[in-house]
Write a protein that binds this ligand. Structure first.
Ligand SMILES: Cc1ncc(COP(=O)(O)O)c(C=O)c1O
Length: 355
């Protein structure tokens, strides 16, 4: 009998979210960010399902782009980390993959290539200080690239705090971006999920949207009820037991019963990607109830206080995250972000796709 613990991926929800975000992006082109296996949702099934609704895809690595091309994805693919060597760059040209250029040796590889990429994305460091050229270099590098025969140079940068557009950091980044891209001839790209949802006024003809596409809510922004969570981590009750006031549960005896209690054991653990750091009280949906996690997460199991849930039979369905509880709520109880929970699920729990 197959294990009840599995990851349901609703591709229809991703398609729906893509439509919501396309509307929010206005006249910008929409690039679906499908790096890290589409934030844990499966890059090939996601990209092939939404290819007709988005204008391009972004991945972090060349290998991720090659996987999409091998699966028959034909829309443009941007590689955010750019080429790691000249062979990577030649592969970009061969597979019509857009490289991001963010450091000097990538420019040298470009210069040396006989067959040039049609389009490159030039990363400008506007203040995140992770990748990119200095803003003052942007125009001269572009001239050099154009002189080398590259037809289009898209200016791009990344906001470190897009959810707070009025913060000092965001204002500085937007001002720097604005002056670096004044009179930019080709396309530009600044917006991520948060900036797209906020319709942050800044030059940007391409929105690069990841987390919101999968139904993630951005911390600090008002919840957008139109975004449907695409990932549901489910399981079912493996066993229940009655314990007496004062008994403790799980490793280290972290949780102690303040009254006679009923504990349900659910076969999902950090070996599947459920966060070890989840605190007592993290909500778990059991049947119709939201019950609190009780005790430390084990590799293969969690324990839940179902004292107030009435009769809980073995095999009762359990939802760890999905519509309820939302992944961002679980993340909050585990001191992390939904992005991390989505991307660190292991291969042990099988993924089931709904269209
Ligand atoms: C360069 C770049 N652009 C866009 C995105 C998408 O951001 P989000 O998932 O918040 O939409 C990311 C995410 O890490 C990124 O690194």
């Amino acid at each position: 009998m197959p294990r009840s613990t599995r990851i349901n991926i609703d591709l229809g929800a991703i398609l729906h979210n893509a439509g919501v975000l396309r509307a929010a992006a206005g006249d910008k082109h929409v690039m679906a960010v499908v790096k890290a296996d589409a934030y844990g949702h499966g890059a090939v099934p996601v990209a092939t399902h939404i290819e007709g609704t988005v204008d391009a895809f972004a991945v972090a690595l060349i290998e991720e782009a090659v996987t999409l091309r091998d699966a028959g994805v034909t829309k443009p693919i941007l590689v955010l980390e750019g080429p790691h060597c000249s062979v990577d760059l030649a592969l970009c040209v061969h597979l019509n993959i857009w490289p991001t250029l963010h450091r000097a040796d990538q420019l040298d590889w470009c210069h040396a290539l006989t067959e040039k990429p049609e389009q490159v994305w030039l990363k400008i460091d506007t203040g995140m200080h992770r990748l990119g050229f200095q803003p003052v270099q942007a125009q001269s590098i572009t001239q050099q690239l154009k002189a080398d025969g590259i037809k289009a140079v898209v200016a791009m940068s990344h906001l470190a705090a897009a959810e707070t557009p009025d913060s000092e950091l965001s204002v500085t980044q937007k001002t720097t971006w604005d002056s670096a891209t004044t009179h930019w001839e080709d396309e530009t790209s600044l917006h991520n999920s948060a900036a797209t949802r906020l319709a942050t006024p800044a030059r940007s003809t391409w929105a690069r949207i990841g987390y919101a596409l999968y139904g993630g809510q951005i911390e600090g922004l008002e919840r957008d009820p139109r975004l449907k969570p695409a990932m549901t981590l489910v399981s079912s009750v493996l066993a229940t037991r009655r314990i007496t006031q004062g008994d403790s549960v799980g490793y280290g005896g972290r949780w102690t019963a303040e009254r006679d209690s009923v504990i349900a054991t659910v076969p999902v653990g950090y070996g599947d990607g459920y966060p070890w750091a989840a605190a007592d009280g993290t909500p778990v949906a059991i049947g119709e109830h939201l019950a609190p996690l009780a005790g430390r997460v084990s590799m293969d199991m969690i324990t839940v206080d179902v004292t107030d849930c009435g009769e809980i039979p073995c095999d009762m369905p359990v939802t760890l995250w999905g519509d309820q509880p939302h992944i961002d709520t679980v993340a909050c109880h585990a001191g992390t972000i939904g992005y991390e929970l989505m991307t660190r699920l292991t291969q042990r729990a099988p993924r089931h796709y709904l269209r």
